[in-house]
Every structure is written in C-alpha cells, then in structure tokens.
Design a protein around this ligand. Structure first.
Ligand code: NAD
Ligand code: UDP
Length: 311
C-alpha cells in the first residue's frame, strides 16, 4: 500500500483517479481548493478508511509524508483558467515548485498533468512529444499553456539538478461523467445544450478538430505512467481518433435525441485549428492505448449528465 497525494483530486479527472486508487487499496490524500472541484465528486469516497480529503491551495507549501504525487491541480477549461489568469499562472508555477519541493524532501515520485496546449496552435500534425510547439506567449491562453510549459521546465530542472523522480504526461482533450455543466468545454457545453433543447454553440465554422479521450482510459494511462520504471516522459495521453467540432455536435444531437439546432459564434482568440496526439510512445513504453470509442464514451457521459440534471 502506497501513500498517494492527488492535487486537484476533487476535480473532474482527479476524482476518477482517486476512485481508482482507493479501489486499488492505496492510501489516498485528495488535496483541493475547490475552485472547479466539488466535494460531491468524492463524497462517495469519504467513508472509505483509505481516503482523506484536504482543503488546501497549492500556491502555499504543504507538509505531508507521501510516496507518490499525482499533480493535477489547475483549472483546465478556458472559461475557468481565464477567470483569474494571474492565479492560474501562480498555480502552475508556484504550485509546481511547492510539489517539487515536497517530492524532493520526502523522496516521492511526482507526476505532472501537463497538456496538449503546450503544442499551442500546432504546425506539425499529429503532434509527437519532440515537437516544441507554436504558442503565443502573451495571449489570453498563455496563463495556462505557458504556465504548463514552465511547469514542465521546472520538472526537468529538478530532475537534472536534484534527481527528483519525475514523470510528465501531456493530456489531450478528455471528457466523461462529472464534468461541470458550466465548464465551457465543448463536450459538456454541447450535452447540456442538447438536453435543454437549446442551440449548440459552434465556435468558428466547426471545421477545427479535437481528439477526445474518455476519462477511464486517461486514468489508466496516468496509473501506467506512474508505475513505469525509468521513464520521465513527456508522454502524450489521448485518443488519436480526430473529429471536427461539427461532427461532435451532430453526434451529441443524435445521441441525446434532441431537437436542438446549431448556431455559429466567433472563434475565440488563439483557438487551435487541429489537434491529434501521436501516441506511439505511450503504446511502446507503457503498453497503453484508449479502449473507449467516442460514441460509447458520449453515451456514458450523457447518461450521467441526465441523472445529475434532474437531481
Ligand atoms: P478540473 O478543473 O475539473 O480540475 C482541476 C482541480 O484542481 C479542481 O478540483 C480545482 O478545484 C483544483 N485546483 C485548481 N487550482 C488549485 C489550487 N491552486 N490549489 C488546489 N487545487 C486547485 O480539471 P480537469 O479536467 O480535471 O483537469 C485536471 C488536470 O489535467 C489539470 O491540471 C489540467 O490542466 C490537466 N488537463 C486536463 C485536460 C482535459 O481535457 N480535461 C486536458 C489537458 C490537461
Ligand atoms: N467549442 C465550441 N463550442 C463550445 C465550446 C467549445 O465550438 O460551446 C470549440 C472550441 O472553440 C474549440 C473546441 O470546441 O475549438 C474544443 O474546445 P474546448 O474548450 O473543449 O477545449 P480546448 O480548446 O482547450 O481544446
């Protein structure tokens, strides 16, 4: 049994990860400041003897004794990370320094949840881990994507200079149960709009692409990476099957049996045109690849949204 800290553990991905770690019998400390995370996401774990919930903001240091740290704390949706951009970059920089300091002191293994946003609006397609990215350093997404790039730099410097045991994972668009209704991300927006018979808001002309990974697949990848010996990454984790935003809208309307139409809105600044992970490295180093197709994952997500929207 290992003592495992999950920062951002009450959030969307973090809560699914905590659930799996608790099931696996690990001793889990879930740390969150509840900005975008919810106690309800982990309420079912509170009575488990190997689960502990801690309110803390990672921009402040924390003293704990742990073996492993999954470092996920950071708002992930553009609506949330742009709400207070200074806080977002502080979370990425100061928060990651605090986690690296903790890992260094207690000799814990630290995994950073980085993002495909480090590739910015990519000029290479699909994106491999060797691609350095095309990122605007002064735009409205920079607090997040440059924040994560600095977080990766900090991880590598602590690894080279202080021999901290690090792992870097670049997560591509992930969706599933427990996403917030007002999250602003495309999958949750479309499902909620379709269920409310409102028009689905397509930004731009809908020809931009994303590759959507179901949360259970992503969590399996995080766990495999944490256990992989002598491999720091960065490694891409995502579903390589690419869809346009218009295709996604059609699927959501069909699967919710909705009468909604679509309506076109202005494309946000710096919105990437195409995004698709090359997951060769994850396949070969981790023996990982996604199992859940978008249609299946959407059905599971819609079922959980339905339960919640009427609750
Ligand atoms: P989320 O917003 O649901 O979860 C983030 C969690 O971190 C929330 O519970 C929030 O309250 C907490 N948090 C934020 N700032 C904090 C702080 N200063 N101190 C303590 N807790 C704080 O988002 P998510 O989708 O679950 O994303 C989790 C991680 O995965 C993030 O680091 C994100 O950048 C990364 N990621 C997610 C995706 C995706 O598609 N979901 C894609 C790429 C990367
Ligand atoms: N998007 C959209 N309608 C929405 C929300 C998002 O068309 O209601 C688009 C958005 O412009 C982007 C894609 O869907 O091109 C994915 O957006 P999301 O915020 O989910 O993820 P990210 O841009 O961070 O990949």
């Amino acid at each position: 049994m290992k003592r495992v800290l999950v920062t951002g553990g009450a959030g969307f991905i973090g809560s699914h990860l905590c659930e799996r770690l608790v099931q696996d019998g690990q001793e889990v400390i879930c740390l969150d400041n509840f900005f975008t995370g919810r106690r309800t996401n982990v309420a079912h774990l509170l009575r488990k003897p190997n689960f502990e919930l801690m309110r803390h903001d990672i921009t402040q240091p924390v003293l704990l004794e742990v073996d492993q740290i999954f470092h996920l704390a950071c708002p992930a949706s553009p609506v949330h990370y742009q709400h207070n951009p200074v806080k977002t970059i502080k979370t990425n920089v100061m928060g990651t320094i605090n986690m690296l300091g903790l890992a260094k002191r207690v000799h814990a293994r630290l995994l950073l949840a980085s993002t495909s946003e480090v590739y910015g609006n990519p000029l290479e397609h699909p994106q491999t881990e060797n691609y350095w990215g095309n990122v605007n350093p002064i735009g409205i997404r920079s607090c997040y994507d440059e924040g994560k790039r600095v977080a990766e730099t900090l991880m590598m410097d602590y690894y080279r200079q202080n021999k901290v045991d690090i792992k870097i994972v670049r997560i591509f668009n992930t969706y599933g149960p427990r996403m917030l209704f007002d999250d602003g991300r495309v999958v949750s927006n479309f499902i909620v709009q379709a269920m409310r018979s409102e028009a689905l808001t397509i930004y731009g002309d809908g020809s931009q692409t994303r590759s959507f990974c179901y949360v259970d697949d992503l969590v399996s990848g995080l766990l495999k990476m944490m256990e992989a010996p002598a491999f720091t990454g960065p490694v891409n984790l995502g579903n390589p099957v690419e869809f346009t935003v218009s295709e996604l809208a059609k699927m959501v309307i069909a699967e919710t049996n909705s009468k909604s139409s679509v309506e076109y809105r202005t494309l946000p600044q710096d919105d990437p045109v195409r995004r698709q992970p090359d997951i060769t490295l994850a396949r070969t180093k981790l023996g990982w690849e996604p199992q859940v197709a978008l249609l299946d994952g959407l059905r599971r997500t819609i079922a959980e949204f339905r339960e919640r929207i009427w609750a």
